[in-house]
Design a protein. Sequence first.
Length: 326
Amino acid sequence: MLRARFEEIARKNLRFTADLIRILNCLESHGIAAIPFKGPTLAESVYGNLALREFSDLDILVRQRDFPRAKEAVGELGYVAGWHLTKTQEQTYLASGYECSFDGPAGRNLLELQWRILPTFYAVDFDFEEFFARASHVSFGDKRVKALSPEDLLLSLVTHAAKHAWIRLGWLRDIAGAAQAPSLDWDRVSRQAKELGIQRILWISLGLCNMLLGAKIPSFVEFPEDSERAALTERIAHDMPNSEEYSAESLHYFRLMLQLRERWSDRARFAQRLLFTPSVGEWSVVRLPAPLFPLYRVIRVLRVARRLLSFQEKEMAAPRRPNRSL
């Protein structure tokens, strides 16, 4: 049974890898720089074998300014954007969102083009130009493709896991593997984490890897002083067996995202951006002409306030669950 499952995953991953190379070749032919993220490159660089990490789609990083051309390029291969946005809506979403899913010839949501690691309201502002400048490479046979540097990969993985409240053990396994890269520059990791305001997210992730997977952290790596980190790590680890996807507009999620940031300025930016950044949800409520687009901020505030009030009422009415301490 296990062998059959392994072989099934291996065949599927090889198909995805062939599709990845086809897409990268297409983007390259259009002069569009791209960095595959997660998927085959993560399996190869962290696990050393395409068959040792299961994935169900392809994530590719492109510069924000290149997205419109990248969308047209992959369209030549039969990939169709999953959104139906006007030109103004698309431009607005490019400024605040982070990815677009594409349906492919073999099924739905097979490709994601990303121009950020997280939406802007999370207030973790990675520099994509630095990603491309520091990029390393991974080889698939005779094809050499770009990959995130070990430091950028680790920090991208921990922020992605934090965004989803670490609800999947597999994400911790990815982080633990990335943290063991021989060429990893821990000084740069620590420095970048501090600059981005994600030190707590980084050290909680590594603490969970150690606690739940027994992953060793190099003895020379020093954890910064943080009185809240240990308690948060314990709570998240305790909740993981019963974890489920959070609603990004629930009070539980809002509190957790605030607790994960060590700087008050980042907490304030997160709250402000979350409250005032319109998205597809607001555009679907009412269609406004381009000159009136600023009014979507008002609609956003009203919708978020209503949802938070609704969640608060449900929270007060529901019996307390001891394992949901966040």
